[in-house]
Design a protein around this ligand. Structure first.
Ligand code: KIV
Ligand code: ZN
Length: 503
């Protein structure tokens, strides 16, 4: 069986999704989980884009072992040197350099001739090869490029030392049969094509990113670039979990496999969703809340007789434990620690203690504590940046014939401040009070609330998006009381802004 390499670009192309930006600590958390998922390559960012991007890539390169760590660079000297510097501390590093090869991009965007682009591509690969042995070249907008010119560029970059050549469908324009044919043509026409791995990178503008990627795999592509939950520019990128599970479930058909530890898929999906605030739609394949829910009586009857009647893969194979009851209010620290280990977390004693205190509080309020609740507790209590604003107290009065009033006390840099405000509803009153205390100049762009598990005592998870100075941050909070969860989510966003502005 052929092994298909999985190149994860959640931290680079995925992060280009509006509102999905992550700070470097959050990126490191995601990168560590991607290593547990066993992806082959992590594209950690675009180092020349900003100091934060550079530091994020460097931190991941230094801390994460296992996957190759890649940094993106345009076909320009300063980009390549910056990317090379950022990934130089990795166990295994890659520089991924790109330039567009379609007429529309060359003429209108780059204002370069074909020969100029070809020369820049070769020079970029040569320079990158001086910094690392592992160089990937991408022909941006390849699917809309003239095939003769595209093949010339591919041949030249392979000769210059590119060990991976990526064929992006940058604007999601290709159709599956056509895209597979393009890959076949490249294999047939480019001399020395076997000296490099052919990769594909598909966008989802027509909803075909996964179909196009799989068609390319059938045609011989050896690497697929994708993102967790399919997040990315515009309509997103090919979804990692869909590509991987299609290849696994239909392994005989593809005569191929990936090295992905599929039991880590669901946890990775939830982590990325909780850090980016990009909620996964319920009917999303593989990781959506309904992906393994069977409603029809006929289906349920079939499943009871033999699961294979209506199930092509098991929820367990992607790491979903169907609302398994795990712990209760009498569970001790030892059982809690074991459960964390079973869920794949490796936390320090201090982190376990923090999470355990919160677990006890939740267990007192809820009869049953599910694995999803524990994941929410860990992402709330452990994966947090340092907090400038700490919620100390909240009291809200509201009713059908009463103007809602919220009293909130925050600890700010060690000092407690308490204020009271009214609002159009209890959440509005709470947010007005927090705004008054923090003098926040940011703008609340969106507010969403959902229950993590079923039942009226479920933990409510609130996600907010807050804009400041043209950038958006996502804040999240979970609690059995949705007003408290709302306050926590807003404060989480304000803490991220304060952390970002600390320099
Ligand atoms: O979509 C695209 O073409 C890209 C390249 C930089 C690979 O993201
Ligand atoms: Zn892309």
């Amino acid at each position: 069986m052929r092994k298909i390499r999985i190149f994860d670009t959640t931290l680079r192309d995925g992060e280009q999704c509006p509102g999905a930006s992550m700070n470097k600590e959050e990126k490191l958390t995601v990168a560590r989980q991607l290593a547990r998922l066993n992806v082959d390559i992590i594209e950690a960012g675009f180092p020349v884009a900003s100091q934060d991007d550079y530091e994020g890539v460097r931190l991941i390169a230094k801390e994460v072992r296992g996957p190759v760590i890649a940094g993106l660079a345009r076909a320009r000297k300063e980009d390549i040197e910056r990317a090379g510097e950022a990934v130089s501390v990795a166990e295994r590093s890659r520089i991924h350099t790109f330039i567009a090869t379609s007429e529309i991009h060359m003429q209108r965007k780059l204002r370069m001739s074909r020969d100029g682009v070809l020369e820049a591509a070769v020079a970029a690969v040569r320079l990158a090869r001086q910094l690392t042995d592992d160089v990937e070249f991408s022909a941006e907008d390849a699917s809309r490029s003239d095939i003769d010119f595209l093949c010339r560029v591919i041949e030249a970059v392979i000769n210059a030392g590119a060990s991976t050549v990526n064929i992006p469908d940058t604007v999601g324009y290709a159709l599956p049969g056509e895209f597979g044919e393009l890959i076949l043509q490249i294999f047939n026409r480019v001399p020395d094509i076997d000296k490099s791995v052919i990769s594909v990178h598909c966008h989802n503008d027509l909803g075909l990113a996964v179909a196009n990627s799989l068609s390319a795999v059938l045609a011989g592509a050896g690497q697929v670039e994708c993102t967790v939950n399919g997040i990315g520019e515009r309509a997103g990128n090919a979804s990692l979990e869909e590509v991987v599970m299609a290849i696994k479930t239909r392994g005989q058909f593809f005569n191929a496999d990936t090295g992905i530890n599929t039991q880590e898929i669901y946890k990775t999906s939830r982590l990325v969703s909780s850090i980016t605030g990009m909620v996964v739609q319920p009917n999303k394949a593989i990781v959506g809340a309904n992906a393994f829910a069977h409603e029809s009586g006929i289906h349920q009857d079939g499943l009871l007789k033999d699961k294979r009647t209506y199930e092509i893969m098991t929820p367990e194979s992607v790491g979903i434990q169907m609302h398994k009851l795990v712990l209760g209010k009498h569970s001790g620290r030892h059982a809690f620690k074991n459960k964390l280990e079973e869920l794949g977390y490796s936390l320090s004693d201090e982190e376990i203690n923090k999470a355990f205190d919160r677990f006890k509080h939740v267990a007192d309020q809820k009869k049953e504590v599910f694995e999803e609740d524990i994941e929410a507790i860990v992402s709330e209590e452990v994966y947090r940046i340092p907090e400038k604003y700490v919620l100390k107290y909240i009291y809200v009065e509201s009713g059908s014939d009463k103007t809602p009033v919220a009293t909130v006390e925050l600890e700010i840099d060690g000092k407690c401040v308490r204020e009271v405000s009214s609002g159009d509803g209890p959440v509005d009153a709470t947010y007005r009070t927090i705004k008054l205390i923090t003098s926040a100049s940011s703008h609340l762009r969106s507010y969403e609330v959902k229950a993590i598990t079923g039942g009226t005592d479920a933990l409510g998870e609130v996600t907010v998006r807050v804009d400041e100075g043209g950038r958006t941050v996502v804040g999240q909070g979970a609690d059995t009381d949705i007003i408290v969860a709302s306050a926590k989510a807003y404060l989480n966003a304000l803490n991220k802004l304060a952390y970002r502005n600390r320099r």
